[in-house]
Ligand binder design. Structure first.
Ligand SMILES: [Zn+2]
Length: 552
């Protein structure tokens, strides 16, 4: 059943007319096979796949399904003779005897695990410790050359422990000229804070939790970090990370600053001011951890359609295949089917692959179809891919990520997460115009959505990446109706048992978005251009560097 039969062409003439006529290079949306899209979602979100949890029978079935679909489309394996890329993992669980002591002069204070602090190590060691590491308040711990901002300037962090604020000065001050104002930047994410502290050679890194700039309460920190931590296994056992990572509560930070004769609030104000310099404190930190270490593995699935003229230049369509598996301690229907998150995106990759393989003209550039694992565990499959790329990142023109394509009807708009970041948006805007749609910013840029799905790992390595979400201005029901629909999904279904497929699910919005992404990729596949990040983007420097070394 196609959507013309189901809904009648007259209902939304602008969409179909726009797509059918199209901009010169825009392919018809007929290229996207809704029936195929629907059958993939129905299968992947069925109980047979057991919630697609890495390391379970659900993984085996998902890999088999994706591989057989790629093979049936005539796509080549992306990893020499294999469609699979093994992702080695390590799971580290810190024992509850984790200890962190702050010493100021003759005074020592033991912070309580879970109540005052959570600490861990990413290093693959059965125990880790630091002794008397001098604390340095590094503000937001940001080093942003494109903004002329370096919190670490002039300080040698070796052997020391950074005390770091969460988010960035733009959020704190609301000053739009600083780090895009309240919109979250890469520099605001906790991941960045730990990475930068490691680059500076610090021994420890402690982030001060504050609910408003973090976007979540202390409970979330405790629940996320005092449980087993899954991470990519690396050749050096993550020796490049700082020894001790962690969070402390705002109250604990307040006492620390007080012990140094300082006010935490005043320190935050200084950190919000351009020209701030890291401030050594008169306190030291000692910590110890005991870990249980378990090694495991999962898999990315990769296929490629070789380009006819420039096969060594690539466009990547990606989505995470993994989800949450079964709910523990549960009776009845206990499978997290993850229909929207992310059977839709995974099915989108397969459906776009079908569009490319059934197009009249084979693309000039190669098209890579990538289903990554362990997104739900912290974007680990995509992190592994960019560390071990099967196609050179410098030659990867763009990455398009599909994560949670909501059910619903067509819209007048399309949401671009982190809008204003790259030149890819020009292509997107053209293709959207051909559908009678306009681009719009995400409604809550302070949530840092851009940093919470797999394209972000590509962006960090400089690859221009687009992350769109369906529109909000519903053509039939309007904007308020769609806002409520999305809010209800988040409250009632997101990462819950209710995220299920049902045969009446309206897939027109998804088909419209897939058409859009297909149009952008099909156009780029016929060009020689390498669209870049915009000059003020935190990802621009990485791209310029990698393209600088790439063969021309
Ligand atoms: Zn997802």
């Amino acid at each position: 059943m196609n959507r013309f039969e189901r809904f009648g062409r007259h209902l939304v003439p602008a969409v179909f007319a726009g797509v059918t006529i199209g901009a010169a290079a825009a392919p018809k949306s007929a290229a996207i096979d809704e029936t195929a899209y629907r059958s993939h979602i129905a299968r992947l979100a069925s109980d047979e796949f057991e919630g697609r949890k890495p390391g379970t029978e659900g993984e085996t079935r998902t890999l088999d399904y994706l591989e057989s679909q790629f093979r049936a489309l005539g796509l080549k394996p992306g990893n020499r003779t294999s469609y699979l890329q093994e992702v080695p993992m390590v799971e580290i669980t810190a024992a509850p005897d984790a200890a962190l002591k702050i010493t100021t002069g003759a005074e020592s204070v033991d912070l309580r695990f879970r109540q005052d602090m959570v600490i861990w190590t990413k290093r693959e060691k059965p125990e880790e410790a630091m002794e008397g590491s001098p604390l340095v308040f590094v503000g937001y711990g940001v080093s942003a050359p494109e903004s002329g901002w370096d919190d670490y300037e002039g300080v040698d962090m070796r052997g020391k422990t950074a005390v770091i604020l969460v988010n960035d000065p733009g959020f704190a001050t609301g000053d739009a000229s600083l780090f895009r104002g309240r919109a979250m930047t890469y520099y605001g994410r906790w991941t960045y804070k730990f990475e930068e502290a490691a680059r500076r050679g610090a021994t420890g890194a402690l982030i001060v939790h504050q609910t408003d700039p973090a976007g979540y309460g202390w409970d979330t920190v405790v629940n996320s970090w005092s449980t087993p931590q899954l991470d990519n296994a690396t050749a050096d056992g993550n020796a490049g990370r700082v020894a001790i990572e962690g969070w402390i509560t705002e109250a604990a930070a307040g006492r620390l600053f007080e012990a140094n004769g300082l006010s935490f609030a005043d320190a935050v104000k200084r950190a919000n001011t351009r020209g701030f310099r890291a401030e050594p404190m008169g306190s030291t930190a000692s910590a110890s951890l005991h870990n249980t270490i378990r090694r495991t593995r999962s898999h990315n699935v990769v296929a490629v359609l070789p380009g006819t003229k420039r096969p060594h230049e690539y466009l990547v369509y990606m989505a995470h295949w993994d989800h949450l598996g079964r709910k523990p301690d549960c009776t009845g229907d206990c499978i997290f089917n993850g229909a929207v998150d992310n059977a839709t995106g995974t099915s989108g990759v397969l459906t776009i692959a079908k569009a490319f393989t059934s197009a009249r003209v084979t693309p000039e550039r190669s098209i890579v179809f990538l289903a990554v694992t362990l997104e739900e565990s912290g974007l680990l499959g995509s992190a592994y891919y960019v560390d071990h790329p099967l196609f050179p990142l410098a030659q990867t023109v763009a990455a398009f990520n599909m994560d949670a394509m909501h059910f619903g009807g067509p819209t007048r708009d399309v949401t671009v997460v982190n809008i204003g970041a790259s030149q890819l948006e020009t292509y997107l805007a053209d293709a959207a115009r051909a559908q009678g749609r306009v681009l719009r910013p995400e409604p809550t840029p302070e949530k840092g959505t851009f940093f919470r799905s797999d394209h972000f790992n590509f962006a960090k390595r400089g690859v221009p990446a687009l992350y769109i979400k369906g529109g909000i201005d519903d053509r039939e029901h309007g904007e308020a109706w769609r806002q409520k629909y999305l809010a209800d999904f988040t409250a009632q279904k997101y990462h819950k048992l209710g995220d299920e497929y049902f045969p009446e699910a309206d897939l027109r919005a998804g088909v419209e978005d897939l058409s859009l992404l297909y149009a952008v990729g099909a156009r780029l596949a016929g060009e020689k251009t390498f669209p870049n990040w915009n000059a003020d983007s935190e990802f621009r420097a990485a791209r310029d560097q990698s393209r600088g070394k790439a063969p021309k």
